[in-house]
Design a protein. Structure first.
Length: 150
């Protein structure tokens, strides 16, 4: 992945999960699923607003993202403490927040994920910070087959 950082077609998303299987979470930011709510706030139909959409305003499925848009993911940090993983995720997102939304960076704001857990340190849970990336999205934005939802 390091060789891609200077590639103008490289765009990426930085996220965090405690899912054992990264493939269950690495592309969820693309789909209109339930919102990540703060503790105590009830779910009232809130939805995620994906950064990338198909040209017809439909959401991109995780399967399509992998198979047609070439998205890959790598874990870059792991910790049994959510606060540690959150700090790494926040630092990485902050470092690249200046990049153009959609064409390089695929998150809107820094630190929108869960920041605490009832028991922050788990012996069996591992929080992972990951990077999901593609080198085909930029050309698809330029040819109009994908669009950015600002």
């Amino acid at each position: 992945m390091d060789e891609l950082k200077d590639n103008p077609d490289f765009n990426f998303y930085i996220g965090e999960t405690k899912m054992h299987d990264l493939s269950q979470e690495d592309l969820r930011w693309l789909i209109a699923r339930g919102a990540n709510l703060p503790p105590g706030q009830g779910y009232e139909g809130q939805r995620n607003r994906p950064v990338l959409l198909n040209a017809d305003d439909t959401t991109i499925t995780m399967k399509t993202a992998r198979e047609q848009h070439g998205f890959l993911s790598e874990v870059v940090y792991e910790s049994t403490a959510l606060i540690n993983a959150s700090m790494v995720e926040d630092a990485l997102q902050s470092r690249f927040q200046y990049l153009r939304l959609g064409y390089r960076r695929l998150w809107r704001d820094v630190a929108k994920g869960k920041r605490s857990d009832k028991e922050d340190v788990h012996e069996t849970e591992v929080y992972k910070v990951f990077v999901t990336y593609s080198t085909t999205v930029v050309s698809k934005l330029e040819d109009g087959s994908l669009k950015i939802e600002y």
